[in-house]
Ligand binder design. Structure first.
Ligand code: G1P
Ligand code: ZN
Length: 541
């Protein structure tokens, strides 16, 4: 074991979901080591502990795994359970931590950000419950990164991670496991695989786009091997270090090939995509795009049709910028609905306390208390199971849902890579004017209330302030603005737009048209285009 002297790096502050930086930043000497040592220090060391390790297969992941193994061995860890090839999807890692009773885990991923030598890399620490470290822990990690002077590493050859089995690194056991098996088994426990096999047997067609990222092997095993979907149902099924140049973010912009296929008249019955590390999902039917907020609401309304949730949901939670569509379902079901800040880590306490069993975010994240991460393939299976149980198409299910609950038109507009000082100044100005907006009318919309969201965790009482600006207009429309906490270039402004249509009229408008008045009012209030010189958002979801 060698102790290496080091110096702090600026900016090793974990964001919405771990530390994400450009790959070359992570590959600088000591950069990864500092962050890992700071993480180990912040959790009270790893002596005697069992950890899970794996990632989405992106560039530098395999090398980073070797560094982490040697540092864990130097720290006295008892065992590290590693996915074969250093692969584990984020939900599979969460599941492994829970099933194996591990003390925590490290996930090597920058999620939906592109990968490669000049793209993004990331590291995230998850707790013993399988969920992302809460803010108290990420703050402690950040604090350690600022004062770190040394780290310890075992000097040893690399561990062979290409085959399942056990080996030793010093006194520490390295257990390499099949990354897919436990996860696929869990899915068989939750869903009615017989009904799903029946669905594919009768010629139901599906396209799953794994975007050259980690869900490929999982999706092939589940849909093709276990459920009998035809070979080739899963596209881009081989994980590649640079995701084949794809931007592995399952949204209409980045999954455009899938979108085109699904919008064709002879497209498959059902389509889905997932992101780099497998926790996000996009749901499509032939000719139908399901917005993530609506997907959450539909899943909530139909969960009882799925064996794993046959007894009903304990409660639901959504991030604040997610539309209120699920709130209406919760009200109809008579269950609690929680509103949390952006980021999956805020759902953990609610699930651990047994208050909610279903959670979701507008950012293509849906999941339940089967793990403590959002789970892309789980969401796809929820939809398949609901389709099988209802015997309806995606379009029919959506139409029924809107007719019953009304429709929350929703869209997110992202302005990417803005100069940070410009974006900060714009929101600082807005903060100063927040209190004065109430009662004023912009483009015919009257502000009913406005605030900066602050969250008090109902379980542990911790407070997370400054979680986004929300402006509510009379009639149930609203706009939310916040800066991304996952971007690696400048600042990304996210503008979340929502308008409620109770029906029965006006349920089939184009969302961008339905939301145009709110876009105009937002421009009048915030002056995004005027201040940034941009003519419009870079990404619309
Ligand atoms: C984004 C999403 C957020 C999600 C996170 C991790 O964070 O908006 O909902 O939890 O990625 O997948 P943001 O960049 O907005 O901070
Ligand atoms: Zn992800």
């Amino acid at each position: 074991m060698t102790t290496h002297a080091t110096q702090p790096f600026e900016g090793q502050k974990p964001g919405t979901s771990g530390l994400r930086k450009k790959t070359p930043v992570f590959m600088q000497p000591n950069y990864l080591e500092n962050f890992i040592q700071a993480t180990f220090d912040a959790i009270g060391g790893v002596a005697g502990k069992v950890l899970v390790l794996g990632g989405d297969g992106r560039y530098f992941g395999a090398e980073a795994a070797q560094v982490i193994l040697k540092m864990a061995a130097a720290g006295g860890a008892a065992r590290v359970i590693v996915g074969q090839g250093a692969w584990l999807s984020t939900p599979a890692a969460s599941n492994l931590i829970r099933r194996r009773g591990a003390d925590g885990g490290l996930i090597l991923s920058a999620s939906h950000n592109p990968g490669g030598p000049n793209e993004d890399f990331g590291v995230k620490y998850n707790m013993a419950n399988g969920g992302p470290a809460p803010e108290a822990v990420t703050e402690a990690i950040f604090a350690r990164t600022k004062v770190i002077t040394e780290y310890a590493k075992l000097e040893a050859p690399d561990v062979n991670l290409t085959m399942p089995g056990e080996s030793r690194l010093g006194a520490m056991v390295v257990e390499v496991v099949d990354p897919v098996a436990d996860y696929a088994d869990m899915m068989e426990e939750i869903f009615d695989f017989n009904a799903l096999r029946g669905l594919f047997h009768t010629g139901f067609t599906m396209r799953m786009d794994s975007m050259c990222a980690i869900t490929g092997p999982y999706a092939v095993e589940i849909f093709e091997n276990r459920l009998g979907a035809p070979r080739g149902t899963v596209a881009h099924e081989v994980p590649l270090p640079d995701f084949g140049g794809m931007h592995p973010d399952p949204n209409p912009t980045w999954a455009h090939a899938l979108m085109a296929e699904m919008m064709a008249e002879d497209g498959p019955d059902f389509g889905a995509a997932s992101d780099g590390d497998g926790d996000r999902n996009m749901i499509l039917g032939r000719g139908t795009y399901v917005s993530p907020s609506d997907s959450l609401a539909v899943i909530a309304a139909n969960a009882h049709l799925v064996p794993g949730y046959a007894e009903g949901l304990k409660g639901v939670a959504r991030s604040m910028p997610t539309s209120a569509a699920v709130d209406r379902v919760a009200a109809a079901l008579g269950i609690d609905c929680y509103e949390t800040p952006t980021g999956w880590k805020f759902f953990g306490n609610l699930m651990d306390a047994g208050r909610v069993s279903l959670c979701g975010e507008e950012s293509f994240g849906t999941g339940s208390d089967h793990v403590r991460e959002k789970d892309g393939l789980w969401a796809v299976l929820m939809w398949l199971n609901i389709i099988a149980a209802r015997g309806q198409s995606v379009a029919e299910i959506m139409a029924d849902h809107f007719a019953r609950f009304g429709r929350n038109y929703y869209s997110r507009h992202d302005y990417e890579a803005l100069p940070s000082d410009q974006a900060n100044a714009m929101l600082d100005d807005l903060r100063d004017r927040m209190d004065g907006l109430k009662g004023k009318t912009y483009q015919g919309l009257t502000v009913e209330s406005s605030d900066e969201f602050s969250y008090t965790d109902p379980v542990d009482g911790s407070v997370s302030a400054r979680q986004g600006f929300r402006i509510l207009f009379a009639g149930g429309s609203r706009v939310v603005l916040r800066l991304s906490g996952t971007g690696t270039e400048g600042a990304t402004l996210r503008v979340y737009l929502e308008r409620y249509a109770p029906g029965p009229e006006g349920l089939a408008e184009d969302p961008q048209q339905a939301l145009a008045p709110i876009v105009a009012a937002t421009e009048e209030i915030v002056g995004i285009r005027a201040r940034t010189g941009r003519t419009g958002p870079d990404v619309i979801t």
